[in-house]
Design a protein around this ligand. Structure first.
Ligand SMILES: *Cc1c(COP(=O)(O)O)cnc(C)c1O
Length: 415
């Protein structure tokens, strides 16, 4: 502990005073008195969403009824909103579709990648990848007679030097969901391509958090969810990006009627639509899609490079507060180096579970990942340095007064 809270409080004030993105906070309906540092799990409610949902429910659904598929653009919603997400991930229009969950989109993307690289028997994934990504890689491998290899991003080059010509796809996230470590998408993408493999990026913890350039990096496929940094609401539709060069030969495993070239022709057999629309499956969840579309307007006119700069300022400040204000027993596990930091900070503490619950009781919402990580997500669109400092000071008070339940995390408990 080297800096007094008053000094660091002054620093928070001056950083917030200089914050050019500060007015964006008004685009969110954050509850009074709550410090919300869990937008990397469920983004808060954007102010644009309730009026749109009211209109969609009462007028489009309630009054205009089935005509709305045409008159209110319901039918095109998956590709239109896909394009809106595309703008945030560096994808030109016509390559991104929104709908279904990330898990479903992963199933589609992994199968499509394997079909695009026939004769290559390996699916490479990160053994530290989010569970659903690992489970689906296993399922797709089983179904297609392929093999999954778990390779950490740091070991990818070496692995590919030996077995690269057997790899169909490298399926990674640019962000470690536990530690908040950011990997170098560009060099990993290049390494996969040098071996003739495709890359599939899971952008759940990246889309909306920092600039992405999927077209420029020649990414093959990407998926991501709508409810984290995009703040599209609980269970918001996920997205799938497929680079245009792969469209003509794209084979999808779930050949639902809305991905058909002529969905209303009612033909006996499946003929895929042109372009990324063939990745559509069934009738899209219109209410959720239109909520996501409204949520994305929170990014209107926002430069994601500025978002990245502020996010780094917030996470850097959080790390500094943790190092200077927290007592022994906490370990910062997120890399301190800015280039290796995404948009959340994780602290290790054996009582993470009880601490996160006690913090929530005090109006500071963070989350934990078993067994011992506290995660603090920042979102440059609404988080302030003052929020970050408040969270660390409350955590410090909890520990110094032992005002929390120190029993370990119970498996199965919702965090
Ligand atoms: C949040 C997250 C998911 C979530 O998948 P769902 O199908 O929406 O439950 C998947 N992968 C990663 C990397 C995530 O961070």
């Amino acid at each position: 502990m080297t800096t007094a809270p008053a000094v660091i409080g002054e620093l928070a004030r001056s950083l917030d005073a200089r914050d050019v993105l500060a007015p964006l906070r008004e685009r969110f309906l954050l509850p009074e008195g709550v410090v919300y540092l869990d937008g990397n799990s469920l983004g808060p409610l954007p102010a644009a969403v309730p009026p749109v949902l009211t209109e969609v429910v009462h007028r489009q659904w309630g009054t205009d009824l089935i005509r709305s598929w045409n008159t209110h653009g319901w039918w095109e919603a998956p590709t239109r909103i896909g394009d809106a997400v595309g703008r945030l991930i560096g994808a030109a229009p016509g390559q991104t579709v929104a709908g279904d969950s990330t898990s479903v989109q992963l199933f589609t993307a992994l199968n499509a990648a394997a079909s695009l690289r026939p004769g290559r028997p390996l699916l490479v994934t990160d053994p530290g990848h989010f569970p659903t990504d690992r489970y689906l890689a296993d399922a797709v491998a089983r179904g297609r007679g392929l093999e999954v290899r778990g390779v950490r991003p740091a070991e990818l080059e070496a692995f590919l030097a030996g077995e690269g010509d057997r790899v169909a796809v490298v399926s990674y996230s640019p962000v470690d969901y536990r530690t908040g470590e950011l990997y170098d998408m560009e060099s990993l993408t290049r390494a996969a391509h040098r071996a003739g493999a495709l890359v599939l990026w899971d952008l759940c913890h990246a889309a909306g958090a920092f600039p992405l350039a999927v077209d420029e990096l020649a990414v093959d496929l990407a998926v991501g969810c709508g409810y984290k940094f995009l703040s599209g609401g609980p269970g918001a539709p996920a997205f799938l990006y497929v680079a245009r060069r792969h469209h003509a030969s794209l084979e999808t495993p779930l050949t639902g009627w809305t991905g058909h070239a002529d969905p209303f022709g009612l033909g006996a057999h499946y003929t895929p639509a042109e372009g990324v629309a063939r990745a559509r499956i069934g009738t899209p969840p219109i209410l959720s899609l239109l909520a996501l579309e409204a949520a994305l307007t929170a990014f209107d006119g926002v430069d994601l490079h500025r978002v990245r700069a502020k996010s780094l300022s917030l996470t850097g400040f959080l790390i500094r507060c943790a190092e200077e204000l927290l007592p022994l027993g906490f370990e910062v596990v997120t890399p301190v180096e800015p280039a290796r930091r995404a948009s959340h900070v994780s602290l290790r503490h054996p009582h993470a579970y009880g601490l996160v619950r006690a913090l929530a009781d005090q109006g500071v919402v963070a989350d934990m990942r078993a067994p011992d990580l506290l995660r603090f997500g920042v979102n440059a669109l609404y988080t302030t340095h003052r929020d970050v400092l408040t969270a660390v000071l409350r955590l410090r008070d909890l520990v110094s007064t032992a005002a929390y339940d120190p029993t370990p995390h119970r498996p199965g408990a919702v965090t």
